[in-house]
Write a protein that binds this ligand. Structure first.
Ligand SMILES: Nc1ncnc2c1ncn2[C@@H]1O[C@H](COP(=O)(O)OP(=O)(O)OP(=O)(O)O)[C@@H](O)[C@H]1O
Ligand SMILES: [Mg+2]
Length: 317
């Protein structure tokens, strides 16, 4: 059913360099969240902290009553079994076939027989559309196939939480669209909690139930997709709509001169909020909300043209 992750007052630095401070958010059970942020704001560090690979300076990460930030190695080992992680490059063993790569966690962490392992591996390969490619080596397949193989491997232990670090980096737009559909379909099917780090604005606008934005060493905003897509907060507005006008510059923050120069520039209007992508079988996901529901409940008027079916993306400016 997926489990909730409750992060409270989380702070992480390396030596004197603060990466982010006082991050608090709740990743709801079974929902899809996207974490955004300029390069170097510590998104990967955040994911690594959630699985206990990095220790925060302060704060807590509660998962099923255990605090990942302070628990024993033994508890951490148990909690980690709840996670499936898709690393940025797929992180496949180059000398092993896709079959052996996907079977690896099962051989490492379970006592299942080879025939049981075969059933699970083939089921997950089928799920990600890789039947027929089991015998290939990672070097013999495309980047998109490697991502899907990495996803199959992240799923073999039936995770309650799946973390994706830029699953769409290096993919062409069509493959990204297929991967996004796969993520939605998987969430509908396994009901696990998904947290996706991405730079793809279209993914952020159409896939998740919730969006977070890391900026300038803190969590600028975290909440339902419609809340961020209708937000007038300058950093959120600029980032989610891929606009040049706003506080974010080429090297993170614009300086006073740059901001002064654009102060009379009119902001382009907020683009319409697109429909959330739906499972391909048409059956709504458990955590799916009706289009416009958050806006209605919170008295927010969405930008004109929002929630029209088959609306094309309109970002930039
Ligand atoms: N193990 C480490 N030791 C010291 N500094 C680190 C370590 N890991 C990450 N950092 C620093 O933390 C900062 C954030 O890195 P991180 O990889 O999380 O960024 P990111 O938001 O994922 O960026 P990108 O979008 O480019 O992937 C960087 O300045 C990086 O140099
Ligand atoms: Mg990263």
């Amino acid at each position: 059913m997926g489990v909730e992750i409750e992060v409270e007052g989380l702070t992480k630095s390396f030596g004197k360099q603060l990466i982010w401070g006082d991050v608090s958010l709740t990743v709801p059970a079974g929902e899809i969240c996207v974490m955004l942020g300029p390069s170097g704001t510590g998104k990967s560090v955040f994911l690594k902290t959630l699985i206990g690979l990095l220790k925060p300076d302060r704060g807590s990460i509660m998962i099923e009553g255990t605090d990942i930030a302070s628990c024993s190695e033994r508890d951490l080992y148990e909690i980690r079994k709840l996670f499936g992680v898709l690393f940025q490059d797929g992180a496949m063993f180059g000398s092993m076939t896709l079959y052996d790569n996907v079977a690896f966690p099962l051989r490492e962490h379970t006592r299942k027989s080879e025939s049981e392992i075969r059933d699970i591996v083939m089921e997950k390969m089928d799920l990600v559309g890789l039947i027929g490619a089991e015998g290939k080596l990672p070097g013999e397949i495309s980047g998109g196939m490697r991502k899907r193989a990495g996803l199959a491997r992240a799923l073999v232990l039936d995770p309650e939480i799946v973390l994706f670090d830029e699953p769409d980096s290096g993919l062409d737009p069509v493959r990204t669209a297929f991967l996004n559909q796969l993520i939605i379909d998987l969430n509908a099917q396994i009901d696990a909690t998904f947290l996706i780090v991405t730079h793809d604005i279209n993914t952020a606008r159409t896939v998740p139930d919730n969006i977070g934005l890391l900026y300038h060493k803190h969590l600028a905003m975290f909440g339902p997709r419609e809340m961020l897509l209708s937000s007038e907060e300058p950093v959120v507005r600029q980032f989610l709509n891929a606009q040049r006008v706003g506080p974010i510059g080429m090297s993170e923050e614009k300086d006073a001169d740059e901001l002064e120069a654009e102060k009379d520039q009119e902001l382009p209007p907020l683009p319409p909020i697109p429909m959330q992508q739906e499972p391909s079988n048409g059956i709504p996901r458990r955590s799916q909300r009706a289009p416009g529901e958050w806006c209605r409940e919170n008295g927010v008027t969405p930008p004109p043209g929002s929630f029209e079916p088959n609306m094309t993306m309109a970002v930039g400016g």
